[in-house]
Write a protein that binds this ligand. Structure first.
Ligand code: HEC
Length: 178
């Protein structure tokens, strides 16, 4: 077996030398024209919604979204579920599964201090991490950080709403219940 090793290495080197054929096969040069492709371009336009890995290193959007859409809140809920709930728990009390398995518990997102914190604070914590929590900037692109921040706000409201926050019609319906 040992005596066979040099032969194997020589054979591998011979295979490696065949690399030239890769250069000779049909291919497009970067940005070259390509008949028959859309716009006659060989370069493809990324599908809508594509997030290039480097986009997360792009300059941050300076401010939180001004108009809040239902879709954005849903997106935040989904992303929170994926990236944050394992530690912070589904409703933000800091009792996620990873914590139940021994990871240091994060503070509740419902504390007075965190309820008073601006959206930017959540954005910054996601981007750069804090204390024992590592950064999620490489995995959560800027728009999703805002979406998560906004969703955390909704979570906080869900735990601190009073009947006074209800619209009159909703309040009546609630009071009718036994
Ligand atoms: C692996 C566990 C883990 C995950 C996942 C995680 N965190 Fe944390 N988080 C922590 C821990 C632990 C702390 C407390 C850090 C400390 O003070 O040392 C913390 C702290 C925080 C705080 C409090 C910051 C403050 O001012 O005290 C916020 C807000 C927060 N995390 C948001 C998030 C969001 C949003 C996500 C999802 C993108 C997330 N975390 C994902 C573990 C986690």
């Amino acid at each position: 077996m040992k005596a066979g090793m040099p032969a194997v290495i020589v054979a591998l080197m011979a295979v490696a030398a065949c690399g030239d054929s890769m250069r000779d096969q049909p291919r497009y040069d970067p940005l070259s024209a390509a008949q028959g492709w859309p716009h006659n371009q060989s370069a493809r336009v990324p599908p809508e919604g594509t997030v290039a890995r480097d986009d997360s290193m792009a300059p941050d959007p300076q401010s939180p979204p001004t108009a809040l859409s239902r879709a954005q809140l849903e997106r935040g809920r989904e992303r929170y579920g994926i990236f944050c709930s394992p530690c912070h728990g589904g409703s933000g009390h800091g009792d996620g599964m990873v914590v139940q398995r021994g990871f240091p518990a994060p503070p509740s997102l419902h504390s007075e201090r965190l309820r008073a914190a601006p959206l930017r604070h959540y954005y910054d914590v996601i981007s750069g991490g804090i204390g024992r929590m590592y950064a999620y900037g490489a995995r959560v692109p800027p728009q999703d950080r805002w979406a998560i921040a906004v969703y955390i706000r909704a979570l906080q409201l869900s735990q601190h709403a009073t009947v006074d926050d209800l619209a009159p019609g909703e309040r009546k319906a609630l009071e009718k219940q036994p």
